[in-house]
Design a protein around this ligand. Structure first.
Ligand code: WTA
Length: 658
């Protein structure tokens, strides 16, 4: 077994024990149910023959330049192919075909910049912009199969860049703007990216915030694969310029032609790589391909949010740096011909009502956000949303981490006017699209539960041995059968793909999450059971942050845990043993936080760093994080009898009290 799976297997975790009983239920209104896009009968039809169901969706929701004759090939598990002999162009499906169908004047994107500047793109205009970008990228020598690193803020150029790559068959690899130069470089190197698309910067809470310097720093050391850097002018900051390598977006894309024919690519042609944290230090480049991914993102967007593209205004608040910003900003809404809002900034800039002001302004009818944001809004108080007209909202979505029932109730009551169904959606970077969620016109919703695998998806909860648990019990979440948007591997590392996801249980995908089935058989997600933390819905690896800490000369040893946090779900708490004179350094905690920020990015900075004399370890030398978590969460430390030295916990407590 790999390190990934061994760790997962070892830590069944307290998370499995914490299901409270929830009796409230919210069936859809008769009116909502009658107008819903997807009805109850869908489950039965879909689950009777899953590949056939997905084949039908692929034909109905997408336009194929060459129709497929095969649906699923699972003869070489865990490597699946879907619709293998078909050909399709993702950008054509997201853009041109809507214009050809007479919907060119429909708004595709309402963009709201943080400073309040706005732009509107119709489908016709967005199609032109993507064609220009495709031409410009080709003129820079980019060809099908080449990799493009994208390091952009949440501006329309991000979507345009991704779709332009897809159009020409180049593979995008988005690196979240909150990651550091070092993190960016390692991702550029792993994928051997030829082109980087970035911006001078963005705005954060009213101030310019730079991006380009991180790209410059990432490319300082020689030996990289990057030939060109295209720079969007966004915040007007001065930038350092490397002649020959750097090009302004306006000069390249701006000057390009709006004529560009989309050719079909094989259904299994790679669409993108997206790096995500695993339980080991090295991020995994999750690989997604075209036909299956587009099918499932489009279907789930329609079914889970009850999308009526002619009338709805959809707003997914996720950044394009995460998978949600790929599937439910860049691809599904445009594939489905919907109108969507894109917002550049934070919810509190320039005031704490910004989100609700945006909902009111654009008459957002479907809002998709994260529990951490909902909990923050709860803290700010319901008088803030009360100042705005939120009556346009008819469906509310949640993603990224378990949503506590009270946050769910608040979301429905305060934002949804006690009427809008809340859909809690469980999925992962690896699954590509939503896997478990209620259907808003069908399911009687339960606060805090993602409830039901979607039509065509086979999910289960199993015990240590892989046996399904009976209703009312907890275990590990697994996926029993291949699904269209499943990852096709880890970039350049097939063995790691098999070890990480397919070796813990025979013939089943292991997601890394704990889950419970309640007495009705509904699924409740209970958090990660491995060493992956979830901070504000962002995945961070304990090992990766520990490695960053020990790379500082003052640190001898480090252990990191995710401690429960009221707002962010979990918070990073680090325990460090210092070397020599660093113990005397009054600023060491600040120094180390900044060091982690530099190594990985600001999002990984520990909230708390505790300097300790020792770390609890088993006889075989493994750090017992469970005990550190007790301390980080303010509890008495649990059973320490398996430690090599059972006085260690007392030493730690004494040092923290001192
Ligand atoms: C967690 C984000 C509970 C889970 C789309 C998963 C959730 C990880 C939910 C994937 C949810 C996501 N309820 N937990 N509705 N949605 N998670 O790859 O632990 O950034 O494994 O994908 O987030 O995070 P990722």
């Amino acid at each position: 077994m790999s390190e990934d799976t061994t760790k997962a297997a070892e830590t069944s975790g307290d998370a499995l024990e914490n299901l409270s009983t929830e009796n409230r239920q919210f069936p859809p209104s008769a009116e909502f149910a009658a107008n819903a896009v997807v009805k109850l009968g869908e489950y039965e039809a879909a689950n009777a023959d899953r590949p056939a169901f997905w084949g039908k969706q692929a034909r109905e929701l997408l336009s194929w330049s060459k129709p497929f004759t095969k649906t699923l090939d699972w003869t070489n598990p865990p490597f699946a192919t879907w619709f293998e002999d078909g050909e399709i162009n993702a950008a054509y499906n997201a853009l041109d075909r809507h214009v050809e169908a007479g919907n060119g004047e429909r708004v595709a994107i309402y963009f709201e910049g943080e400073p309040g500047d706005t732009r509107t793109y119709t489908y016709a205009q967005l199609t032109d912009e993507v064609k220009k970008a495709a031409n410009a990228f080709e003129a820079l020598g980019l060809a099908k199969g080449d990799r493009v690193a994208v390091y952009l803020p949440m501006i329309p150029e991000a979507v345009i860049t991704l779709l332009a790559c897809a159009r020409i068959g180049a593979i995008h690899s988005v690196v979240f703007g909150g990651f550091s130069a070092d993190a960016l470089r390692s991702r550029i190197d792993d994928a051997e990216a030829k082109l980087v698309v970035t911006a001078d910067g963005t705005f954060r809470r009213g101030k310019p915030s730079a991006l380009k310097p991180a790209v410059d720093e990432a490319l300082t050391a020689p030996g990289h694969s990057v030939e060109n850097v295209v720079v969007v002018r966004r915040n007007g900051q001065d930038v350092n310029w490397v002649q020959g390598r750097d090009k302004w977006w306006d000069d390249t894309v701006g000057a390009a032609s709006t004529e560009h024919a989309a050719v079909g690519h094989a259904a299994e042609h790679p669409l993108f790589i997206l790096y995500t944290s695993g339980t080991t230090g090295k991020p995994k480049g999750i690989l997604h391909t075209t036909g299956g991914y587009l099918t499932q993102t489009a279907y789930t967007h329609k079914a889970v949010f009850d999308l009526h593209p002619e009338t709805d205004v959809f707003w997914c608040t996720a950044d394009v740096g995460w998978v949600t910003g790929h599937s439910y900003v860049t691809y599904a809404p445009l594939i489905n011909g919907a109108t969507q809002v894109i917002y550049e900034g934070t919810p509190d800039s320039p005031h704490q009502g910004r989100f609700w002001e945006i909902v009111q302004k654009y008459k957002v009818s479907i809002l998709y956000t994260a529990p951490t944001a909902i909990r923050t809004f709860m803290k700010w108080g319901e008088d803030i949303p009360a100042k705005y007209d939120l009556s346009s909202i008819r469906v509310l979505g949640s993603v990224g981490e378990p949503i506590n029932p009270e946050a769910w109730m608040w979301y429905r009551r305060v934002i949804g006017g006690d009427l809008a169904p809340v859909v809690d959606t469980w999925w992962q970077t690896e699954t590509g699209a939503i896997m478990i969620a209620p259907l808003p016109g069908v399911t009687s919703a339960k606060p805090g539960s993602a409830q039901t695998p979607l039509p065509g998806i086979a999910v289960d909860v199993v015990d240590e041995l892989g046996t399904p648990v009976p209703d009312g019990h907890g275990g590990y979440l697994v996926i029993r059968e291949p699904w269209p948007a499943m990852l096709r591997g880890i970039w350049g590392d097939n063995d790691r793909y098999k070890d990480t996801y397919w070796s813990r249980f025979d013939d089943m995908y292991f997601a890394g999450d704990g889950a419970k089935k309640d007495e009705d058989g509904d699924v409740w997600l209970l958090g990660r059971v491995d060493d992956v933390m979830n901070v504000s819905g962002h995945r961070l690896s304990t090992t990766e942050i520990e490695s960053a800490l020990v790379s500082h000369p003052s640190v001898a040893e480090a252990a990191v845990v995710g401690a429960a946090d009221e707002t962010t779900g979990q918070a990073v708490v680090a325990f460090v043993i210092l070397r020599g004179s660093a113990v005397e350094d009054a600023d060491i905690v600040t120094t180390l936080r900044n060091h982690v920020g530099k190594e990985i990015g600001p999002i990984a900075k520990p909230k708390t760093i505790l300097v300790v004399p020792e770390l609890p370890k088993t006889r075989s030398g493994k750090i017992t994080r469970r005990l550190l978590k007790d301390i980080a969460e303010g509890r008495e430390a649990g059973d320490s009898s398996t430690l090599a030295d059972n006085t260690v916990m007392n030493q730690i407590s004494a040092s923290l009290k001192a």
